[in-house]
Write a protein that binds this ligand. Structure first.
Ligand SMILES: Cc1cc2nc3c(=O)[nH]c(=O)nc-3n(C[C@H](O)[C@H](O)[C@H](O)COP(=O)(O)O)c2cc1C
Ligand code: SF4
Ligand code: SF4
Length: 452
């Protein structure tokens, strides 16, 4: 059976699922409850000079029937005195010695970094996470993402911390930067033992259009906040991949951003994460989601024959290439299964208006099932993505798999388009309707119609 144990830069935990530093890790009560439910570790709500928060604090993006697909907050670091947090860290560690308790930290001066490092180490924390990511409130005070956006400053602060550190130091990065690998490499150069990413993305989540105030509203005013939840997962995974593929990022990575179920966690691990952290999903559904996370991961690992997390870490990375190295000879076209089709014609509209006019309708109006015009189909996937019926539109391979030619190959061979009307253009002989056809009502169109 799969072994879920995790080891991030020497910090061990019974499984790779940690709570990210946020409201679910605000107190010893919550962290104990989470460990009791099955969480492997917790990064304590960021410690420092305690703050005063505003009310209200959160906003969300609800999309159709789904609530909180994106989540926004303008909350700062802990508002509780350090001594209370330290006492509770000690208490949690005493009760759960094998679980990982990480102290997230954010202070200003070298003296403060040294002082707080000593205090959390004495309290029994297994490691620290330096919060260089918070994109609101703290950055205006020269902390949080203000540090994460300046690799030189970040490196200096990591090295201050390492001067006194006797426990592993994780550096948490901000996504509010063009190239995440620059602060990641700076963290390595400063002596960091691991990096974690992502913190929240600077955002405005919506505007009250009656009162002209963005959300969340604080006495008729608002400010930008930090965005997280399922909507940020693709951004987090891309940044994770960029760090994991960078040869100069030689330390392990804790993956964060939009993780909600075991599949998300598997995806992060396949992209190079050693463990994962979760915030919004717990704020939405509670600590109980850990059962699905651990059961699902264990089942997946057993099915695939992975004994440990390390066996699967990074397996997707060799399959992520630069665009110029993709095979231009690979050819897929859409195929509609008439037995599954419900005749909604969403695919037709999408392809007709948003893609390549490669789906035809029948001249017989009672026949609602569209058909693919293969010679027009560029294999973009759009119809299969909009189709509401699972596996109704599939993409089928048409090349025989024997030929590979990439843009890099073509460039090397000198046969890439270089002039505005170049004969080598990919779309040169691809049929498109005449502009005037757009004004003709319904059929007849340029399409083949069913039965003809
Ligand atoms: C309300 C709220 C408060 C947060 N506070 C902190 C914090 O104190 N320190 C920190 O490093 N990250 C903080 N975060 C960011 C999370 O730790 C995490 O990086 C981010 O939410 C992305 O993960 P998710 O998509 O699972 O929520 C906070 C997030 C939320 C939603
Ligand atoms: S979107 Fe799918 S279900 Fe709807 S008409 Fe097209 S193939 Fe049929
Ligand atoms: S794959 Fe793209 S081009 Fe082909 S039929 Fe679907 S939407 Fe049209």
């Amino acid at each position: 059976m799969a072994n879920l144990q995790s080891n991030l830069a020497g910090i061990k935990s019974p499984n790779p699922f940690w709570l990210a530093s946020a409201p679910p890790t605000n107190s010893g009560y919550q962290v104990m409850k989470a460990f009791d439910a099955g969480w492997g570790g917790a990064v304590w709500k960021t410690l420092g000079v305690p703050v005063v928060n505003v009310s209200s604090r959160y906003g969300s993006v609800n999309y159709r029937n789904s609530r909180m697909i994106g989540f926004n907050n303008i909350e700062l670091i802990t508002d509780r005195p350090l001594r209370d947090n330290l006492r509770e860290i000690t208490e949690v560690k005493k009760r759960f010695p094998d679980h990982a308790v990480i102290a997230s930290l954010m202070v200003e001066t070298k003296e403060q970094w040294h002082e707080i490092m000593r205090q959390v180490t004495d309290a029994g924390a297994d490691g620290v996470e330096l919060n260089f990511g918070c994109p609101h409130g703290m950055c205006e005070r020269g902390m949080g993402s203000a540090v994460g956006q300046e690799p030189k400053v970040l490196k200096t602060i990591v090295s201050w911390v390492k001067e006194v550190a006797t426990i592993p130091v994780i550096v948490k990065l901000t996504p509010n930067i063009t190239d995440i690998t620059r602060p990641a490499v700076a963290a390595v150069e400063g002596g960091g033992d691991a990096i974690s990413l992502i913190n929240t993305i600077q955002s405005l989540v919506g505007v009250d259009i009656d009162n002209f105030v963005p959300y969340p509203v604080v006495d008729g005013k608002s400010t930008n906040g930090g965005y997280c939840g399922p909507a940020v997962k693709p951004i987090a995974m891309n940044m994770l991949k960029n760090c994991a593929q960078n040869p100069n990022v030689t330390i392990p990575i804790s993956g964060i951003g939009g993780i909600e179920n075991w599949r998300d966690a598997v995806e992060f691990i396949l992209l190079g994460a050693t463990n994962v952290q979760v915030c919004t999903a717990v704020m939405h559904y509670g600590f109980g989601i850990i059962r699905e996370l651990t059961d699902g991961l264990e089942r997946y690992m057993d099915e695939k024959g992975f004994q440990t997390i390390d066996d699967m870490r990074g397996l997707a990375l060799p399959n992520i290439k630069h665009w110029e190295d993709l095979n231009l000879k690979y050819k897929v076209v859409a195929s509609i299964n008439p037995d599954k089709c419900i005749g909604c014609q969403l695919c037709y509209t999408a392809c007709e208006d948003g893609a390549h006019q490669a789906i035809g309708l029948s001249t017989n109006l009672s026949d609602r099932i569209p058909h693919i015009i293969e010679e027009n189909c560029v294999g973009c996937n759009l119809c299969s993505l909009v189709c509401p019926v699972e596996e109704c539109i599939t993409m089928e391979r048409r090349d025989d798999g024997t030929e590979t030619k990439t843009w890099a190959d073509r460039t090397a061979a000198g046969n890439i388009p270089t002039t505005f009307n170049d004969e080598l253009a990919g779309g040169l002989h691809h049929w498109v309707p005449e502009p005037g056809d757009a004004l003709k009502k319904r059929v007849p169109r340029h399409y083949k119609v069913s039965g003809e």
